[in-house]
Design a protein around this ligand. Structure first.
Ligand code: ATP
Length: 365
């Protein structure tokens, strides 16, 4: 049985010479939790993962597995399973030996190795492939072998660095569902690095959004998707991402002026805008939290710039005084270029950000 651990990162900093790759990162990952580290290329996700693995030593801060301070413990004594982006199987070894390798290193008796390799291979549905060489496998199968190799030594923690990025789009979706299930079945604490927001939303219990070596927000997929702390988070998650338009608060009359239109200050923000006295804001809303209407109603007045059918629905791009917003509309509704429309917003889903700091108003108090 795999021992379960809670991971605590306490003020981790990592410098490469003068370059600061990680800035004061504190994060708790619970037992059996699936935590995604999500951020753009170069944000420090892999550096953080390798610091947890022990491959990098932090410049500052401590790392705990359970109650144990493991900051100074070498990687081989940390009992972590690592799965990389390029699976790096040994080409001259059969699948069996590839999976068995970590146990061979530990001088585990041959008979025990056979039992363990077969067991993990069964879990990953690759028991029929044990006699093949890596080049005789598809990408998806190779990736399973790499995961099997990481799991066979019964690690306390599974660390994955973009493990699906070499797979084609369909296979990615299939394997991500399996991987999510396997992680829960094994009850193993997992940390998963990805730049793919859909993957993070689909798989993780919680997501840590990272930019420029800093954690901007940690939360459930719902938290980061619907209640982004920063404009960056709203804009990084979702496809298409959150829309942002400049708005000016008219607190006295309870309105937001958005270019030539005005809409009531959303109920959830009424007290807050008065309290903060902020004038310049960014109004954020998701493409499925708005509707494109032909009749003139309360909303953002604009005209249809473009429309893209996607099968079940379509994305309509509306020009609102020169700013473009994207809104989902049902299939079969016909739009024409330049048509005058109103974008009606779902009030309770609107997020207002301070224009200067780009932080959501509710996080300013
Ligand atoms: P990607 O998705 O592209 O792998 P990432 O978020 O995982 O990006 P990291 O690989 O952690 O980013 O890199 C973070 C920053 O640290 C980058 O600017 C990178 O150039 C720098 N960096 C990473 N490893 C080293 C190293 N060994 N020496 C110097 N700089 C490094």
């Amino acid at each position: 049985m795999i021992e379960m651990v809670r991971i605590i990162l306490d003020s981790i900093t990592k410098k490469f010479d003068d370059f600061i790759a990680l800035r004061n990162i504190s994060l708790k990952i619970e037992d059996k939790e699936f935590m995604a580290l999500l951020g753009p290329s170069g944000s420090g996700k892999s550096t953080l993962l390798y610091t947890i693995a022990g491959i990098y030593k932090p410049t500052g801060g401590r790392i705990y597995f359970g109650d144990r301070d493991i900051t100074d413990i070498p990687p081989k004594d940390r009992n972590v399973g690592l799965v990389f982006q390029n699976w790096a199987l040994y080409p001259h070894m059969k699948v069996f030996d590839n999976i068995a390798f970590p146990l061979e290193l530990r001088k585990v008796p041959r008979q025990e190795i056979t039992v363990k390799v077969r067991e993990v291979a069964r879990m990953l549905h690759i028991e029929d492939l044990l006699d093949r060489y890596p080049w005789q496998l598809s990408g998806g199968q190779q990736q399973r072998v790499a995961i099997a190799r990481a799991l066979v030594k019964e690690p306390d923690v599974l660390l994955l660095d973009e493990p699906l990025s070499n797979l084609d789009a369909l296979l990615r979706i299939e394997v991500r569902a399996e991987l999510k299930r396997l992680q829960k079945e094994l009850g193993i604490t997992a940390i998963y690095v990805t730049h793919d927001q859909a993957e993070a939303l689909a798989m993780a219990d919680r997501i840590a959004v990272i930019r420029e070596g800093k954690i901007l927000q940690v939360g459930t997929p719902d938290d980061v998707y619907y209640r982004p702390k920063y404009r960056f988070v709203g804009g990084f998650l979702g496809n298409p991402p959150m829309n942002f338009v400049d708005a000016e608060v008219d607190a006295e009359n309870g309105y937001l002026n958005v270019y030539g239109s005005r809409i009531p200050v959303p109920a959830q923000y009424r007290e807050l805008v008065e309290k903060l006295g902020i004038k310049e804001v960014l109004l954020g809303f998701r493409p499925h939290d708005a509707e494109v209407l032909r009749e003139k109603r309360e909303g953002l007045a604009g005209e249809v710039y473009s429309f893209e059918p996607l099968g079940r629905e379509q994305i309509v791009t509306v020009s609102v005084d020169g700013a473009f917003v994207k809104v989902f509309a049902p299939e079969g509704e016909h739009f024409s270029f330049g048509e005058k429309v109103t974008v009606e917003l779902r009030e309770d889903r609107i997020v207002l950000f301070d224009k200067k700091t780009e932080k959501a108003l509710e996080f300013l108090v």
